[in-house]
Design a protein around this ligand. Structure first.
Ligand code: PHB
Length: 389
């Protein structure tokens, strides 16, 4: 008799437990959006969220059969606040997935927390090489690029195609700037160029005058700069105002002119940059994306919007494979690893390190567009140095 009660109770408890799990799976999926909504990268954060929401809307408001609930955090591109911010999402809000962020220093703190907690993290911009290098993990994905990718390609183009022999680099002193200029140097010097000096300013400072004077005096064949958002607007305008655009070509990863051309105006005219997205690609996939984006937000998409859109696509691919049960980490990851992601930029794959293997385009500023002029390097994979999986 005693046994029977115990068994019945156990069965009832099991039923309750199953019902709870079943219910949780059909409930809303909590997505923590940790992005900069203020500061020099504010516009980038908004474009990423816009892109993500557009894809969600195209899927009828659901990904992998689950409705989405957002918890938003403004990370202010401040690495000092990053660990607290991400831990709030993981521990207090109990999010199922984190999407973020733009700034490499903040992203590295997020990757560390994600690795420790096992929470799925999709990085929709920050290029920190370490995220898909030494910090790579089954639950960490990137829908964007590594800092090395567009930078290396620009180094190759500057030396091989443009025939430049000497270059100076200038950037913000933090992981993205360091890695971007290092990538440029690698591609440039492998092809016969020489980086003669590397200049930096603290992030997010925009006092460039003293360094522009130094560039003017040194007269290198070319300058390579990594800046983005508000800082890129100011740098490109200051470079032209100093008259340097007439004498020393300014190159950069496409961030230097993406989403910024309205504000840069003529100062950016004719600039060559390399990136995994471009205006005027004329593919049906990109055209339909651009039409939908322009209709929804009344503005043209940029690379950040594409990366947000593709973060939602990657999440959907993983969730579809596990029927919405994101606790199935191995199946979730392997679905994304074997997928061909149908991006507006062109199809890409992510492989084991979870960083896009993608074409890097050469673009030229014409009017308000970063017009595609060719493919700088086809199917470029990050070397993912230090990733052991
Ligand atoms: C970065 O910090 O990794 C970063 C920020 C802005 C960009 C690109 C990379 O446009």
């Amino acid at each position: 008799m005693k046994h029977r009660i115990a068994r019945t109770t156990l069965a009832a408890l099991t039923l309750v437990a199953f019902a709870t799990v079943g219910h949780a799976q059909q409930g809303k999926l909590k997505v923590g959006m940790m992005l900069p909504y203020s500061g020099t990268y504010a516009a980038l954060g908004t474009a990423i969220e816009n892109g993500f929401r557009l894809r969600l809307q195209e899927q009828g408001g659901k990904l992998g059969g689950r409705e989405i609930e957002f918890v938003k955090v403004d990370d202010e591109s401040d690495p000092a606040k990053a660990t607290d911010n991400v831990n709030k999402l993981i521990k207090r809000d109990n999010v199922d997935v984190i999407v973020g962020t733009v700034h490499s220093g903040v992203a590295m703190a997020m990757a560390k927390a994600a690795k420790e907690s096992g929470t799925v993290l999709i990085v929709p911009n920050a290029g920190a090489d370490a995220v898909t290098g030494p910090m790579c993990a089954q639950n960490i994905f990137r829908s964007s690029f590594s800092n090395w990718q567009p930078a290396y390609a620009m180094g190759v183009v500057a030396a091989k195609q443009e025939g430049k022999k000497s270059a100076m680099t200038i950037t913000w002193k933090y992981a993205a700037g360091d890695e971007s200029t290092a990538g440029f140097k690698e591609g440039f010097e492998k092809n016969g160029g020489k980086v003669v000096k590397q200049l930096t300013v603290p992030f997010p400072n925009v006092e460039f005058q003293a360094l522009l004077t130094e560039i003017a005096a040194a007269k290198p064949d070319a300058v390579y700069a990594f800046f983005a958002g508000g800082g890129a607007v100011k740098f490109v305008k200051d470079y032209a105002a100093a008259g340097l655009d007439k004498t020393i070509p300014l190159y950069g990863p496409g961030f230097l002119t993406d989403g910024t051309l309205d504000a840069q105006g003529d100062a950016a005219k004719g600039m060559l940059t390399t990136l995994h997205y471009a205006d005027g690609m004329e593919t049906p996939r990109d055209k339909s994306f651009r039409t939908a984006y322009a209709k929804e937000y009344k503005l043209q998409p940029d690379v950040y919007a594409v990366q947000g859109y593709d973060a939602a696509q990657m999440l959907a691919i993983g969730l579809n494979a596990v029927k919405g049960d994101i606790s199935k980490k191995a199946e979730f990851a392997s679905a994304i690893e074997s997928a061909k992601i149908d991006s507006p930029r062109g199809t890409f794959t992510v492989g084991k390190s979870h960083n896009p293997v993608q074409d890097i385009y050469l673009r030229k500023v014409e009017g308000k567009e970063n017009k595609m002029v060719g493919v700088a390097i086809k199917g470029l994979a990050d070397p993912s140095r230090g990733c052991k999986l």
